[in-house]
Design a protein around this ligand. Sequence first.
Ligand code: IMP
Length: 430
Amino acid sequence: MSTLIVVGVQWGDEGKGKVVDLLAREADIIVRFQGGNNAGHTLVVDGQKTIVRLIPSGVLHAGKVCVIGNGVVVDPQILVEEIDALQQRGYLTDSALLKISETAHLIMPYHKAIDLARERLRGEGRIGTTGRGIGPTYEDKMARVGIRFVDLLDEQVFGEKLAYNLQEKNIYLGAILKEQALDYRQIFEAYCRLRQRLAPYVINTSRYLHQEITHGRKVLFEGAQGTMLDVDHGTYPYVTSSNTVAGAVCAGAGVAPQQIHGVIGISKAYTTRVGSGPFPTEQLGPAGEKLRRDGGEFGTVTGRPRRCGWFDAVVVRTAARLNGLTSLALTKIDVLSGLPTIRVCTGYEHHGQYYDEVPASAQVLEGVTPIYEDLPGWAEPLTEIRSLDALPANARRYVERIEHLVGVAVKMISVGAGREETILIRPSFF
Ligand code: IMP
């Protein structure tokens, strides 16, 4: 097996950064294929914390190639800042270790301005976006007015596309959103400076990946956000603007379906969500407080407190089918220590109808009653544990019950933020 996809199977923040960082040891190339700097992957190595937003989480391993695929939307200013910060710490010193797709779309200042202004105007009805311009950039991509890296490389093409877009956006910003107009010269000059910094990394990444996969190199595809935030399959409209499911790798990295060999899903041992939208197992009382406190559940990008609740097998079961999971990694199980009883949602009920998968309507999902099963908890801390056998019996039973309810085998359990704080049930994933 030479390619592996890692996806989140809840609402994002499942701990993908840590798992990708761990799996990157075995990989040669790590690829982002969707999303942008709305993602924030936290990596802890030797007690030192690093947060990456755009560059794949494999970057902390020497000699691994990191690829930003065509499906990613890139804020070039943030990317340059991230490269600088990593280089200052001795990473990414060889420019051959980072490759950016020439057809990835650029997040422009007007995308951010529109994202923020719209959320402000929506008031109570806001989506709770990260405010990074992600949605407006994907909108322009689909409207075929987006600006790609290949356009940025040609100063004249870039200038023309910027002028065309800015004329329209400034009218929209002023007349509809009541925002200030943005200045052409300022954006043009700033982006030309960024072009000089980023041009050495820009290539045809789809072709590059094809060549490398053909030569047997091990490629890891790193998903951002989670399956329930997928624009088609998630809890629409409270979703992000890209496809987050494993199938998005083919379009977002330009890789053919038969070149994909395995899909690992990452799930927390409980559930969290940031932003608005239905969340059937949310706990507003002491249980939710405990999860937020012990799990440090505050957003890496926005710092917002995350909404917390019990493990929802309906969500993960739906995601297992959509992504074709070949295995599951369960993260942050250590956070559950000390709970006398742990609840697991096995299905939903709504007006006499039973749901074993997530219903399409946000209104129905908002109104469902979760059906819970209560499992006995454990008191022991789990952070020092490195094997399945050493887990308290009730923690083992909890893992087995989840496997049974979602129909996928758990092959990795994370018991802390550090690389080493992991129970590896399968020695190799490629
Ligand atoms: P956007 O991606 O900034 O447009 O935000 C849309 C929704 O996706 C909001 O509810 C965000 O909180 C959520 N979201 C976006 N990126 C992430 C992520 O990396 N983790 C968790 N939630 C996210």
